[in-house]
Design a protein around this ligand. Structure first.
Ligand code: FAD
Length: 447
């Protein structure tokens, strides 16, 4: 192979998403610091082929496309506070060192120094002050422009090979090649394939001996039996959603729930979705259910008392108006229909005490049978991924391949909805970038 045609860099980063861009900024900053005063051809300087010491290889025609879609275009880039309980994976403690070293305060200061001010809403979600995701990508790109980083887009790494010289050879699907002294894999997972994620990182890593934890779509809408939600699409209610499997509570969340033609969406539902696949695997058909409480602030006895009072005060009121003022009219009618099983034109006086009790119970606990989720196309994040057992938590370095690092969603760490996943991407990306730079610094140059 004629290697003179393939440029060499110090650090190649596979994937120009949130973790990859954070890694590139950190790696280049560290290399610059370490290499200040060094001559051409040394670590951290432009190579004879004109390529910068840090190269980001991105398969799409632009870096950071997913960042633009985050937080509905507003980019919920972090959360205050963040703790390990907000993360998942077979060993969530693995995320501790990265999240501790590059914590929320450090991250927000990093953004501030790059020129981005942020704001935190009442739920603790952190956004750019302008609420525009474009501002986040612009700031990252500006920082990259000012550092010795080359962005190579439309470069889909299809092969990653450690050579006997200690370098890595990276080849793209068109046969273009690049040598690197160290590699950081930040290819994301399988969620939202339209943003370039189709599991390439898993293939590259498993070929090098890394193991996988089964992947499942997370932070995704939930499918329910369509008959149950028919006619309710578009309705939003503030309530509690509880995922149950075999009569046991898997997880409970509160907030704005959105009915759709396939089932349920909204922040509490997205939050529950991670547990849906496990619940479906463990349960018999129709045994995984989401229970909605439309009035979490009101106890069942208080609701029963109110409904009885309303019945006594206006016995000729048609049933279709019984829950008016308490619930969205369509949701109210669906519940009355299910509980009472009679025409909605009937007056309240037809309802027995038992029927009122049944209706109140349904308002507080409406079970919907779960059939699945909207899958990878709609998922925001991947649960599972490359096992963290094969990496050192303090450095994010592979235990199997010297000089190889990984960060972000490609690893078996995922966060809840609310800015936790981007925080993991920034923290782990920066840690991997700094450590890859340190690796290049301490290791003598081979050529
Ligand atoms: C619609 C949507 C909204 C979201 N909103 C939020 C939010 O508001 N807050 C939050 O915290 N999280 C949010 N997330 C999740 C968050 O965006 C991700 O967890 C985070 O971006 C993961 O960062 P990453 O760099 O690890 O991977 P990614 O951002 O997925 O980046 C991976 C990159 O690698 C590239 N790539 C893949 N394979 C190759 C290859 N073989 N060669 C070269 N390049 C390759 C991809 O094209 C991609 O650009 C959202 C996700 C989605 C889909």
């Amino acid at each position: 192979m004629d290697r003179s045609k393939a440029p060499t860099c110090d650090i190649a980063i596979i994937g120009g998403g949130a973790a990859g861009l954070a890694a590139a900024i950190e790696a280049a900053t560290c290399l610059q610091r370490q290499g200040s005063g060094l001559g051409l051809g040394r670590i951290g300087t432009r190579s004879e082929t004109g390529i910068n010491p840090v190269v980001v290889l991105e398969r799409l025609d632009r870096v950071g496309k997913k960042i633009l879609a985050t937080g509905n275009g507003r980019c919920n880039l972090s959360h205050q506070p963040v703790c390990l309980d907000d993360y998942h994976g077979l060993d969530r403690s693995f995320a501790g060192p990265a999240l501790g070293r590059y914590d929320v305060a450090v991250t927000l200061d990093w953004f501030r120094q790059m020129g981005l001010l942020c704001r935190t809403d009442e739920d603790g979600r952190v956004f750019p002050y302008s609420y525009q995701a474009t501002a986040v990508l612009d700031i990252l790109r500006r920082a990259l422009d000012r550092l010795p980083v080359t962005l190579r887009t439309s470069f889909r790494v299809s092969d990653l090979r450690p050579k006997r010289t200690g370098e890595f050879l990276l080849t793209d699907s068109d046969g273009q090649r690049l040598y690197a002294r160290s590699v950081i894999v930040t290819t994301g997972g399988l969620a939202a394939p339209s943003f370039g994620c189709s599991g390439d990182g898993y293939t590259l890593m498993t070929r090098l001996g890394h193991r996988m934890v089964e992947t499942k779509p997370a932070i995704v809408q939930i499918n329910c039996h369509k008959d149950a939600v028919r006619g309710l699409a578009g309705i939003r209610v503030n309530g509690t959603a509880t995922l149950m499997c075999r009569q046991k509570v898997c997880r409970q969340e509160q907030g704005e729930i959105l009915f759709t033609d396939y089932g349920l969406s909204g922040p509490p539902i997205l939050q529950l979705s991670r547990a849906v696949h496990d619940a479906l695997e463990q349960s018999r058909p129709d045994d995984a259910t989401v229970h909605l409480d439309f009035l979490p602030e009101l106890s069942l006895p208080d609701l029963v008392a109110w409904l009885k009072k309303r019945q006594a005060g206006d016995p000729s009121l048609p049933l279709q108006d019984f829950l008016n003022g308490l619930l969205h009219k369509k949701a109210g009618m669906a519940l009355v229909k299910q509980a009472c099983g009679c025409s909605l034109a009937e007056p309240l006086s037809v309802l027995s005490e038992q029927a009122i009790q049944k209706l109140a119970t349904l308002v507080k606990d409406w079970p919907l049978v779960v059939t699945g989720t909207q899958g990878w196309q709609q998922a925001q994040v991947t649960a599972g991924g490359v096992t963290v057992d094969d990496f050192a938590a303090e450095t994010l370095a592979s235990r199997l391949v010297p000089g190889l690092f990984a960060a972000g969603e490609v690893l078996d760490i995922d966060g809840d909805c609310g800015g936790y996943n981007l925080q993991w991407a920034w923290s782990s990306g920066r840690l991997a970038g700094a450590q890859a730079a340190a690796f290049c610094h301490t290791r003598p140059k081979d050529r």
